[in-house]
Ligand binder design. Structure first.
Ligand SMILES: [Zn+2]
Length: 417
């Protein structure tokens, strides 16, 4: 059994040059007395876009850990894998994010729904959960409806989990199940039923990533009702604590917040909830580091600034193609995107101020930032020119990568301000 620590922090490194700078943020937290362990995540989609292999993530992580003398745990996450994409990750990963969102709403196999309802009479009626003000009132019809929506996804998770167990032959790993990439959020009563069903599948679940209420757009702040988020987040924590006891799930089971970078306005509620209950947390970031690469390039001035402007020029002339796959998780007003010509004339400080995530800075432009977030394909196509400048501008890039993760993420989430 591999048991993930209370606080873990997912970091994504699309071009495999920032692992050291990312790890430095966890080193800084440890110096403050707070252990936050890094989990390097990269999905099949990112590997395909960039043209990299799962082994490269393990290599970069191991090298960073050796370089900084990190003695705590660290993990390599096979991010959002399915049965179709898991194979290449098996030799290198010790954390598996089993993504079963596609199975939500799928027609259940055979008697799966009636079996679940028959097995769980405790889910019908009044369910009083410590920490939740109003008990859940449920009917058999409601449990049947929820099972009908989620049971196939849960069965898929069980199949993939058992496949990983079999292939890892005795090598322990941390299993996560994710359901975030879907249209509607899962409510706390739904989460309880999903956890009961995941326990039935025998999954030694350590983290679960539901879809939360509100919008988690890429690279920018949370959009939604913060009070409602806080209530649901707290209710989810209570549901998890209850399900651990009731269904024998691992005692360290915790929530995983996906698309978690840059959601500054919910960090205080999350931190409060964790402080109050003692609950752990996994928060996943990825593209925020790629944006810091562009910021670091722009800040380096000279060739770095030219490259950053070239990337923007390419992005702004391909808005449709770049945004299409991310339509559900970005919110770009095209009227607020400056032209490539205009940006050509900008100074280093102007471009940095436009894309660095300081929401109350008057020059900050969330539209440009989101567009660049989904534009990493452009840098991938530049191949060696991009990599050479990542190396040439390493100093300014690394400084921005570490500062962004530590000051804007780790401090408010795990340490408290
Ligand atoms: Zn996700």
């Amino acid at each position: 059994m591999l048991t993930i620590e209370k606080y873990s922090f997912g970091v994504g490194d699309r071009f495999a040059h920032q692992a050291k700078a990312q790890l430095a943020s966890c080193v800084q937290a440890l110096e403050k007395g707070v252990e936050v362990v890094p989990v390097w995540n990269k999905s099949h989609r990112e590997h395909t876009t960039v043209g990299s292999e799962p082994g490269s993530v393990r290599q970069a992580a191991d090298a960073a850990v050796a370089a900084l003398g990190w003695r705590k745990s660290y993990y390599v996450d096979a991010d959002h894998i399915s049965m179709a994409s898991v194979e290449g990750f098996l030799p290198y990963s010790d954390f598996f994010t089993i993504d079963v969102a596609d199975g939500i709403g799928a027609t259940p196999e055979g008697s799966a729904v009636s079996d679940f309802v028959a097995k769980h009479p405790e889910l019908v009626g009044t369910i009083a959960i410590p920490g939740i003000e109003e008990p859940f009132e449920t009917s058999a019809a409601y449990v049947t409806e929820v099972a009908g929506k989620y049971i196939q996804a849960v069965r898929d998770a069980g199949r993939i989990y058992r496949h990983i167990v079999e292939k890892k032959v005795g090598t322990p790993f941390v299993p996560e199940v994710s359901m975030d990439e879907t249209d509607s959020p899962q409510t706390p009563p739904e989460l309880l039923m999903i956890l009961a069903a995941l326990a039935d599948e025998g999954i030694a679940l350590q983290t679960i990533a539901p879809k939360f209420t509100g919008r988690f757009n890429k690279g920018v702040d949370y959009v939604g009702d913060i009070a409602q988020f806080e209530k649901e987040f707290n209710d989810d924590l209570a549901v998890i604590a209850y399900a651990i006891g009731k269904y024998g799930l691992p005692a360290n089971l915790k929530l995983s917040v996906h698309s978690g970078s840059d959601k500054f306005s919910i960090y205080a509620p999350i931190h409060r909830a964790s402080k109050r209950t003692g609950a752990g947390l996994h928060l996943k970031t990825a593209g925020t580091t790629w944006l810091e690469e562009i910021i670091g390039l722009a800040e380096a001035d000279g060739d770095g600034l030219v490259l950053a402007k070239d990337i923007y020029a390419e992005a702004v002339s391909n808005v449709d193609a770049l945004c299409a796959p991310y339509a559900a998780v970005i919110d770009i007003d095209r009227g607020r995107l400056p032209s490539a010509e205009e940006v050509r004339g900008w100074s280093s400080a102007q471009l940095v101020a436009a894309i660095r995530h300081v929401p109350d800075c008057p020059e900050f432009n969330p539209h440009m930032r989101q567009l660049l977030h989904v534009g990493y394909k452009i840098a991938a196509k530049m191949e060696q020119r991009y990599i050479d400048l990542l190396q040439g501008c390493e100093e300014t890039i690394a400084k921005n990568v570490t500062l962004n993760l530590y000051e804007r993420h780790i401090v408010p989430l795990f340490i408290g301000e």
